[in-house]
Design a protein around this ligand. Structure first.
Ligand SMILES: C[S@@+](CC[C@H](N)C(=O)[O-])C[C@H]1O[C@@H](n2cnc3c(N)ncnc32)[C@H](O)[C@@H]1O
Ligand code: SF4
Ligand code: SF4
Length: 392
């Protein structure tokens, strides 16, 4: 196995925060194995500049990352991307993670999966699979994915995953083009035998932020979708079915921001395909440089790096967060959202209605209400568009 850098903790000194016991260990590791992906979802939360990524970590480098993360105390792992199934060493990495004692989850579009691979992943010890669906009908799904074959493939793979005995979560990213189909979407998930369904209102980062005005649903669409979800919950309970329905409310219609990632550098870390380590999968969009596992051990990145310490605690907070009783509940909201909306990564998340810049959210809703682009008119997430973005 390639040792990236020593993962053993360095001796504690006064100028050194490796053993700062106010910082807890990371519990969650998201391994974004690749940004390669056969689909082109315009709502994708991946960074716009993914085409400028450095070389992907090798199998051995990933194995070393897993060892380091586990030694630090991480227990849960997600394999994601891009499309993680593009990597033909996925099974090997799952086996390594399982051997180390991680609870492992594969987060996939289902493209690149087949029955043989499902069994190979099961033999490797994979605990859980999450497949994303895009719509209830083939036409809308094809427009969103940029592929006519994707929908049928996803359905076939969801059935195969259940047949192989996995617990299965289906994830559906909701936006104005598919949210009115929610009744049929839930019916489809019931038919596929999902154990849980994440009805995830689109988070407006990456490509979704670029296409924001063409994706944000209206308040009435949202209210109707929430009511339909509630009706389904009651129906499922009455029928004694225990399929869980999670409805994730979109930030732009909330009064308070979410406690993003349970706090900056609190429990979660993402390692991107080239080894850059982030406190959340969107943080690459911030005007900061993040360290990579090729140049620094994970332990030292988590405890000591400037970027991981930048928004820990509350000293960095501006007013009104600094004086607010809720600052230890939501940590001032999402740093990426604050930056994308205001250009200032230290600002109070404008989603909060106490923020002096809350008007930006109202303006974004008004802008979206005046936008009537079809899915085909949105910018697809693909390498060509990313290269255009990188050149700008
Ligand atoms: C970036 S994808 C990578 C895995 C795989 N390619 C897929 O799409 O399932 C990880 C998860 O995030 C979801 N997702 C993507 N963009 C999103 C967004 N803007 N808001 C909320 N969830 C999003 C996907 O549906 C998927 O469940
Ligand atoms: S959300 Fe769509 S485009 Fe993004 S990685 Fe997943 S399948 Fe690919
Ligand atoms: S002012 Fe800041 S801490 Fe208070 S609720 Fe709003 S975002 Fe949260």
């Amino acid at each position: 196995m390639t040792k990236l850098l020593s993962s053993s903790p360095e001796p504690s000194t006064a100028s050194h925060k490796a053993f700062d016991d106010t910082i807890g260990a990371p519990l969650w590791l998201l391994a974004e194995l690749t940004y390669r992906c056969p689909l082109q979802c315009p709502y994708c939360s991946n960074p716009l500049d993914f085409a400028s990524q450095q070389k992907e970590l090798s199998t051995d480098e990933w194995r070393d990352v897993l060892h380091q993360a586990r030694a630090m105390g991480a227990v849960q792992m997600g394999f994601s991307g891009g499309e993680p199934l593009v990597r033909d060493d996925l099974e090997e990495l799952v086996a390594e993670a399982r051997e180390l004692g991680f609870y492992t989850n594969l987060i996939t579009s289902g493209l690149g999966l087949d029955e043989a691979r499902i069994l190979a992943l099961r033999d490797a010890g994979l605990d859980h699979i999450q497949i994303s669906l895009q719509a209830a009908d083939e036409e809308m799904a094809a427009a969103l994915a940029g592929s006519k074959k994707a929908h049928a493939k996803k359905l076939a793979m969801a059935r195969a995953v259940k047949a192989a005995g996995y617990p299965m979560v289906l994830n559906v990213v909701l936006h104005r083009h598919n949210i009115d189909q929610i009744d049929k979407v839930i019916a489809l998930c019931v038919e596929l035998g999902a154990d849980a369904v994440e009805l995830a209102n689109c988070q407006l980062y990456g490509w979704a932020h670029l296409n924001r005005a063409g994706l944000l649903p209206s308040r009435s669409q949202l209210d109707a979708a929430e009511a339909t979800t509630q009706r389904w919950r009651q129906q499922l309970a009455a029928e004694g079915k225990d399929m869980r329905l999670l409805f994730v409310v979109p930030d732009y219609y909330a009064e308070r921001p979410k406690a993003c990632m349970g706090g900056w550098g609190a429990i979660f870390m993402t390692v991107t395909p080239d080894g850059t380590v982030l406190p959340c999968h969107s943080a690459r969009e911030l005007p900061m440089t993040f360290p990579t596992v090729r140049e620094q051990p994970l332990n030292s990145i988590w405890y000591e790096s400037f970027s991981f310490n930048r928004f820990r605690g509350d000293e960095w907070m501006p007013s009104p967060c600094r004086e607010c009783d809720e600052r230890h509940k939501d940590f001032g909201g999402c740093r990426c959202q604050a930056y994308l909306l205001t250009g200032d990564e230290t600002a109070t998340d404008p989603v909060c209605d106490l923020s002096p810049q809350h008007g930006l959210i109202e303006a974004a809703r008004a802008e979206a209400a005046a936008d009537n682009r079809s899915v085909a008119e949105l910018t697809p997430r693909n390498k060509r568009e990313s290269q255009v973005f990188c050149r700008e």
